[in-house]
Design a binder for this molecule. Structure first.
Ligand code: 6PG
Length: 243
């Protein structure tokens, strides 16, 4: 089956990419009229840092309705919340500490995946299959085609029931907590942010697939009823034909 090519846009720079994502996020949160907090699953790594820092600055900080937004995490490393590798620490330091929104850390260091799944059960609306639905899931991609902590050749790729799992990643000699495809794919908006030359191979494979293109974990991010969109900078998009 020919993989579907997701909608994508190439921005003039990584800064422009981050600014446009912040603008679109602000638009969605302002137009969210429900009393239920707008639910965003944050990505870790370095790519989203520009975006997160922008959210703490003007014109976004004073316009975004922070009190009706709740932040969750797409994945977390098995480290304490103050560890330099913690996605929670990165998000806290870049913007969460400067906004009044609720945020829900993944306690990956204690392996409490079921507890986080219960949190999603309690806080998020469900789709027709009973799967918790985020308003926005932010994702990055690794040079090996992983996303969140869904790494190639790991068990979590095959998880079709549980919404949050601890995933052993032998190639990185680590165990991480991650949302699984059922939850990621149930989101209303799935945004993949890719910036930098190290993403070129994956971007080329996704936007110009050939029979030999590996089935990377990011390729199984396919929205069940929402939308998927890639946000790219020129370095990541180089060599790919993006309409
Ligand atoms: C993490 C992320 C991970 C990240 C990619 C890309 O915990 O590291 O969730 O999936 O998005 O590894 O990372 P960079 O943005 O640092 O390239």
């Amino acid at each position: 089956m020919t993989p579907t090519i997701p909608p994508a846009r190439v921005y003039v720079s990584a800064d422009a990419l981050a600014y446009e994502v912040a603008k679109e996020l602000m638009k969605l949160t302002i137009s969210h009229t429900s009393d239920r907090p707008f639910a965003i699953a944050l990505s870790g790594g370095s790519t989203p840092k520009r975006l997160y820092k922008l959210l703490a600055e003007e014109p976004f900080h004073s316009q975004i309705p922070w009190d009706n937004i709740a932040f969750y995490f797409g994945d977390e490393r098995s480290v304490p919340p103050d560890h330099e590798e913690s996605n929670f620490r990165m998000a806290r330091e870049t913007f969460l500490d400067s906004v009044p929104s609720a945020s829900y850390r993944m306690e990956a260091e204690s392996g409490k995946a079921e507890a986080y799944a219960s949190l999603l059960e309690d806080h998020l609306p469900k789709d027709e299959s009973g799967v918790p639905t985020f308003d926005v899931v932010l994702l990055g991609i690794g040079a090996d085609g992983h996303t969140a902590s869904l790494f190639p050749a790991t068990q979590a790729l095959h998880e079709s029931q549980r919404w949050v799992v601890m995933n052993e990643v032998p190639q990185n000699n680590t165990v991480r907590m991650t949302l699984t495809y059922p939850v990621i794919n149930a989101a209303h908006h799935i945004w993949v942010l890719a910036s930098g030359a190290s993403k070129q191979r994956i971007v080329q494979g996704v936007f110009a697939p050939t029979p030999s293109t590996p089935n990377w974990p990011i390729c199984s991010v396919q929205p069940t009823h929402g939308s998927l969109r890639w946000w790219l900078d020129p370095e990541a998009a180089q060599g790919a034909t993006i309409d």
